[in-house]
Design a protein around this ligand. Sequence first.
Ligand code: NAD
Ligand code: IPM
Ligand code: MN
Length: 363
Amino acid sequence: MNKRIAVLPGDGIGPEIVAGAVRILQTIETLYGHQFELTYADIGGCATDKTGTPLPNETITICKNSDAILLGAVGGPKWDSLPVEKRPEQGLLKIRKALNLFANLRPTTCYESLADSSPLKKDIIEGVDLIVVRELTGGIYFGTPSERREIGGKPGAVDTLQYKNEEIERVIEKAFEVAKTRSKKITSVDKANVLETSRVWREIANQVAEKYPDVLLEHMLVDNAAMQLIRNPKQFDVIVTENMFGDILSDEASVLTGSLGMLASSSLSEEGPYLYEPIHGSAPDIAGENIANPLATILSTSMMLRLSFQLDKEATVIEEAVNNVLNKGYRTRDILSPNCKIVSTNEMVEAVNKEIFELVAST
Ligand code: NAD
Ligand code: IPM
Ligand code: MN
């Protein structure tokens, strides 16, 4: 199979973890006889430094001409006081909008061997397998007016939370499609007791549910959902929610797996190409030290192989390799557990890589 992949390492730990994921993609390419043509492009603070904008047009063109996109992370203190249009995070928001990536899938699977790496009790997290479907191109991230520092001539600040019905409907449809392939239960999370956008969200969820009689829909208020995720996460299968709630709840959900460094994601549009990225950020506190956990990014490439290229066997081998390496006790510092082998980013990548060779040789 021949595929073009746009690679956007970004800032902070982005380049380190993306290098690891690319190494794994190249191993898959060799072992299974595929050709992945990689084109690197800038996004985020590094792009602002080079070109004055966090999302150069060239990057958009490269992404649009690709079959899939792999992204590391953007941002860092160096760029925090720039005017808003030059901030790294704007690059990320703009590429999501430019590619119409409205549905962000964030699976949270608790690996048995990491049950001791989470601050939560083992019996609460063991067996957790849920997925957050986060709306990604609407809501308060994209409302207008925004970025205002006055209200009626007085100092203040404005952001606007808005949704068109069609934006709500398409992401809820996507979540139902995901739920059909899983245990057929959806929790739609909103703040319908306070927000009009949430009340409409709830109405639309009920309408969409009529088309999926075999999927059970429940509604939950976001504050309760945040609490239930920690108290009894196994009650959840698919969680569908708006942009900002999904951002917050998925970082919270990552603690069920042991670390933010474990959570992969895929961002889907109607037409493709899709974008794959870990849910975590550029981790400036550990950037450049070769200690970041590369597994979220490696697992994002396995999502790419499965969802964009329908390469199920190849995706599964990566997932099995990650599981085996964790079972053998390899740990970056964010997922330490008793008697583990503490490894660097590169050593973790090499362990997964070796495991893939062994798995393929044994089949
Ligand atoms: P963060 O996700 O970068 O880091 C939060 C904490 O988790 C830090 O202690 C970090 O060291 C740790 N962490 C994150 N990823 C890790 C990994 N792979 N391995 C080990 N530890 C990991 O969030 P933050 O510190 O709030 O934000 C830092 C910057 O990243 C900000 O500029 C923010 O805007 C940006 N950000 C970008 C993205 C993205 O590109 N998708 C996502 C979130 C935050
Ligand atoms: C994420 C990040 C981004 C978001 C930021 C960096 C714009 O937190 O990908 O989860 O809030 O969507
Ligand atoms: Mn986030």
